[in-house]
Design a protein around this ligand. Structure first.
Ligand SMILES: C[S@@+](CC[C@H](N)C(=O)[O-])C[C@H]1O[C@@H](n2cnc3c(N)ncnc32)[C@H](O)[C@@H]1O
Length: 239
């Protein structure tokens, strides 16, 4: 299943860059689920680093957040449509998009470069997280939010991570554990608990530092929302 449609592009631009009022236009509703692509980055330790990688970056919000503390950040996504939007925000500072109200009624909205981000530190590439370029290099921070349960063979990425994260470096993985046969054949899904499976897949190269839960919100229309809770784990690459 692909993330190329214009409807998904609008939903992700809104999720990553939308105002609180656009994202939850009701006085009731789960406002604490707004800002997920910013909150997952806050799970990295404080301080500046040289290099970061954002896998499954979609339209790029977390990549821009990483640029506040990283000299070089690479955002990679399989969707050319998402990467083109992220690249337009990087190069031009904004992109206009339609925001679905109800039925076929749209409002225009604009996604802007987040304040304090350093677009000159960012680059966006189309690519497959299960088959990354051999010469991609290694990074001080690697972030992959809501990606692993959208891969056909997540083990291909998990087994590459020891090479991608520098010794002493940090990995933040977020997953809502919504394993679906349409994305991941059952033989490649965890048979039991996702966290236990991750520990098994990532040992002995990574030590689990912390786990937490982060809600996120995708607005489909002004009257229909997806509210989900992601399991966020922070891992340290062992020396
Ligand atoms: C559920 S979205 C999460 C996006 C973003 N990280 C976030 O938290 O909002 C999954 C993203 O992974 C991307 N994706 C799916 N398969 C991929 C693959 N094999 N390699 C790289 N990206 C992939 C999709 O295009 C989509 O942008």
């Amino acid at each position: 299943m692909s993330y190329e449609s214009n409807q998904l592009l609008s939903e992700y631009l809104l999720m990553h860059y939308g105002t609180d009022e656009h994202l939850m236009p009701w006085s009731f509703g789960p406002k604490d689920a707004i800002g997920f692509p910013v909150r997952t980055i806050s799970h990295f330790p404080k301080g500046d680093v040289e290099t970061s990688l954002d896998l499954g970056c979609a339209v790029g919000r977390s990549t821009f957040e990483l640029s506040k503390t990283s000299k070089h950040v690479t955002g990679i996504d399989f969707s050319d449509n998402f990467i083109a939007a992220a690249e337009q925000i990087r190069a031009e500072g904004s992109i206009d998009y339609p925001m679905l109200e109800t039925g076929k009624q749209n409002k225009q909205a604009t996604a802007c470069l987040p304040q304090g981000s350093r677009p000159e530190n960012c680059r966006f590439l189309s690519g497959d997280a299960m088959n990354l370029p051999e010469d991609l290099g290694s990074f001080d921070r690697v972030h992959a939010a809501n990606l692993i349960c959208r891969l056909t063979e997540p083990e291909k990425l998990l087994s590459r991570l020891p090479e991608l994260v520098n010794p002493g470096g940090d990995l933040v993985l977020a997953t809502p554990c919504t394993w679906l046969d349409a994305y991941t054949p059952p033989s490649h899904q965890p048979a039991g608990d996702t966290l236990e499976w991750l520990k098994d897949q990532l040992k002995p190269a990574f030590k689990l530092e912390k786990q937490s839960d982060e809600p996120f919100l995708i607005r489909e229309t002004a009257r229909k929302f997806q509210w989900t809770v992601s399991l966020v784990t922070h891992w340290k690459r062992c020396f």
